[in-house]
Structures are given as structure tokens and as C-alpha cells.
Design a protein around this ligand. Structure first.
Ligand SMILES: [Mg+2]
Length: 313
């Protein structure tokens, strides 16, 4: 049995937010046309150094929602405050919100039920649900019922991303995070998540989109075969591949930010996996001290850590 401590959870959030902020200035840049190896500012969105984006904002919303025993509906109500009032942002203004997420929030505002607000079309499989789901793994770490876990993974995905492929991606991600938080190594965690996924009745054609991450030699995939656009399958593959190919958290974040395209989201998701697998991992202090802090974010992280610190059963 192991403990998930408040300190570990706080580092988990800060690591992920630093990774997001590290990637923000180079989002959409073309791979191999630039190199970044430290925290920078401005760039793509002309935001000051340490500014975190939608990935962190939406993660904070879910964290607050889980701490307060909310539902997918109350999460969407908080998303409205994010989109319209700049709540949960570093500077009070929303930048870099994904198309799928913003369309879903608008549908919710117009009266669509929360769990049906996400676009169900095949072409709406961006990584906008994946980027916010990490807190759910802490909430489900001691949940023994697969049915309960599948229900929550699906319900918190379809609020913004309604296609089965997005639901499968979210399920793999949360189950992998959960296995890592329960003390499995990355290799064992992948095997555990794989066994669990094989028992579920997902649409086979959709599930097969994720074949590559289960292959034994996936780690040896050349970087040229790892795509880093915002497509949910590519994002999950890139995040897992980075974890199989980095010795340290700073190496992982630098590699992620230099993949090009969706640098912030891939860095953030990869960092969540790394932090779950390495409870003591922290980003370099000179990166962390450049992260923009808000009272709201510090409160959400503190309260979530206090609420979800636990002994793994
Ligand atoms: Mg972003």
C-alpha cells in the first residue's frame, strides 16, 4: 500500500501547469524550425512568460468540480464562466480555447444537456477532453467498480467531445494515470490499462485506432512517426511515447515542446503521466518560479490536494 500525499498532488498540478506554459509560446510552430529549452514568453499568443492555457484552466475547473462533489452539469457551468468571464485563467482573459470545447460550451448555454453538448461527429476528435481529465484519476484511484469508472470517464468526456473515439482515448488515459498513481511502473501501467480496455465493449473499429500504443516496440518508434497535431489519437500516442523516451521530467518537457504543433497540450498530458509514475518528480525550480500564480488556482489546488490525498487500497 502506498500513500498519495497532498504534497505529491500539489507538485502534480504545478508540473502540469509549467509544462503547459512551457509549450504555449511555441504552439503551432513547425517541428525542426525552432528550438526551446527553457521557459519563454510571448510567441504564439503574445502572453507573458509563465502563462498557462486552456489545458490548465479546464483542468482546474474539473479539479474544483470534483472537490465540491459537482456533476458534469456544474462543470459546464464553470466552463461558461471560463469562456465568458475569463475565470480560471492567469490574467482574466481566455486565449487558446479549442474549437470543439467552445462549440460545446455554446451548445450548453443554449440548453443542450451537459453530457450531450459535445459534437459527436468523427471530425470533432480533438484533444480537448484529454487535456482536462487528469484530476479524475485521483478521484477514481480507489474506485473498484469498472462500471463506475467507465461511466465517469464517459460523462466527463462527452460534455465537450461526443464521438466514441474521444471517449476511448479518455478512458485509456484515465485508466493509465490511475494505474500509475496506484504504483505501477509505466510498462506495468500500460499492460494494466490494456487488460482493462480489452474487457470493455468498445466499438472495435474505433478501439483499433489506438493499436500502436500497446505494441511492445512502440518506444522505438522514430520521432518522425510521432505526430503532434491536436488529434486525440496522435496526442495520446505522443504523450505515451515521450514517457517511454525520457529519463527526467525536464527532458520530457523539452522534447514535447520541440515536437511542434500542439506543444502545450502534449507537454501537459505527457507531464501528468510522468508525474503519476514518479511521485517525487518536480520541474526545475527556475521554471516553476516563472509560473504565473493566481489566488484562485492556488486555492483550487490546495483544496483538491487536501480532499484527494489518500492511501491506495
Ligand atoms: Mg492550450
Amino acid at each position: 500500500m502506498s500513500d498519495i500525499t497532498e504534497n505529491q498532488i500539489q507538485h502534480f498540478f504545478i508540473n502540469a501547469m509549467v509544462a503547459d506554459a512551457f509549450g504555449v509560446p511555441v504552439e503551432f510552430r513547425v517541428r525542426d524550425t525552432y528550438h526551446v529549452d527553457g521557459m519563454t514568453g510571448h510567441g504564439t499568443y503574445d502572453q507573458p512568460v509563465g502563462s498557462w492555457s486552456d489545458d490548465s484552466s479546464l483542468t482546474l475547473v474539473l479539479a474544483e468540480n470534483l472537490t465540491h462533489h459537482g456533476s458534469p452539469t456544474t462543470m459546464m457551468q464553470r466552463f461558461v464562466a471560463y469562456l465568458q468571464e475569463g475565470e480560471y485563467t492567469p490574467s482574466g482573459t481566455t486565449f487558446d480555447v479549442g474549437a470543439g470545447t467552445s462549440r460545446a460550451i455554446m451548445a450548453f448555454i443554449k440548453g443542450t444537456p451537459a453530457e450531450q453538448s459535445g459534437d459527436r461527429s468523427e471530425y470533432a476528435n480533438g484533444n480537448g477532453a484529454l487535456m482536462r481529465l487528469a484530476p479524475l484519476a485521483f478521484a477514481l484511484v480507489n474506485e473498484p467498480s469498472v462500471d463506475v469508472r467507465l461511466h465517469d470517464e464517459q460523462a466527463y468526456t462527452t460534455t465537450t467531445h461526443g464521438h466514441p473515439r474521444s471517449v476511448i482515448a479518455s478512458t485509456i488515459y484515465v485508466e493509465l494515470l490511475r494505474a500509475l498513481l496506484r504504483g505501477h511502473s509505466l510498462t506495468d501501467g500500460l499492460a494494466t490499462a490494456h487488460r482493462m480496455m480489452e474487457r470493455c465493449r468498445f466499438d472495435r473499429d474505433e478501439y483499433n485506432y489506438f493499436d500502436r500504443i500497446w505494441e511492445r516496440d512502440f518506444a522505438q518508434t522514430p520521432v518522425t512517426m510521432i505526430r503532434s497535431i491536436g488529434y486525440v489519437v496522435d496526442t495520446l500516442e505522443a504523450a505515451i511515447w515521450l514517457n517511454l523516451n525520457a529519463e527526467s521530467l525536464d527532458e520530457l518537457i523539452i522534447k514535447a515542446a520541440n515536437l511542434g504543433e500542439d506543444t502545450d497540450t502534449i507537454a501537459q498530458i505527457a507531464t501528468c503521466l510522468f508525474s503519476a509514475a514518479h511521485p517525487d518528480a518536480t520541474v526545475p525550480a527556475d521554471w516553476a518560479k516563472q509560473l504565473v500564480h493566481t489566488d484562485q488556482m492556488d486555492t483550487i489546488i490546495h483544496d483538491f490536494a487536501h480532499h484527494f490525498a489518500t492511501t491506495v487500497k
